[in-house]
Design a protein around this ligand. Structure first.
Ligand code: DQA
Length: 143
């Protein structure tokens, strides 16, 4: 059983970047704990600063029998019709995760081009949102 987490641009800077919004923990440290909590699941992780690389990874993942994909496209959430089109072409469940509550931030962050096409959305829960997304994917697996 495996899950893929994809993080978009600037999320490699977690821990250092605007800690008042995104916290002080690096994603790598968080991931270590998450993997320990779910020893039965292979949690693959991919981070990129490039829009096309997110698309390539999603397309590739569609053929790899993932239980689901946890996707934080970061700023591309608010701009990328291309990523939305990729999701539209997929069957694998996708959970959109945002560390901050984008519905309460600047107007441009309140728009998500992927919102209508994902299986679920989790935002404003900090890094715990990724944990909740893993649990969500496990919960829907048996439905
Ligand atoms: C983010 C919110 C986006 O608006 C922002 O561009 C990010 C991170 C979040 O996780 O809260 O880079 O997706």
């Amino acid at each position: 059983m495996k899950i893929l987490i994809i993080n978009g641009p600037n999320l490699n800077l977690l821990g250092k970047r605007q800690p008042e919004i995104y916290g002080t923990v690096t994603f790598e440290d968080f991931l270590k704990d998450l993997r320990k909590e779910y020893p039965g699941i292979k949690i693959n992780y991919y981070q990129t600063n490039h829009e096309g690389s997110i698309i390539d990874k999603l397309q590739e993942a569609e053929n790899e029998e993932y239980l689901g994909i946890i996707l934080n496209p970061a700023a591309y959430t608010h701009t990328s019709i291309a990523i939305a089109d990729t999701i539209l072409a997929m069957q694998t469940p996708i959970v959109e995760v945002h560390i901050s509550d984008i519905s309460k931030r600047e107007g441009f962050r309140q728009i998500s081009y992927i919102a209508d096409y994902v299986t679920a959305r989790i935002m404003g829960r900090g890094l715990d949102g990724y944990r909740e997304a893993v649990q969500f994917l496990l919960d829907i697996k048996d439905e």
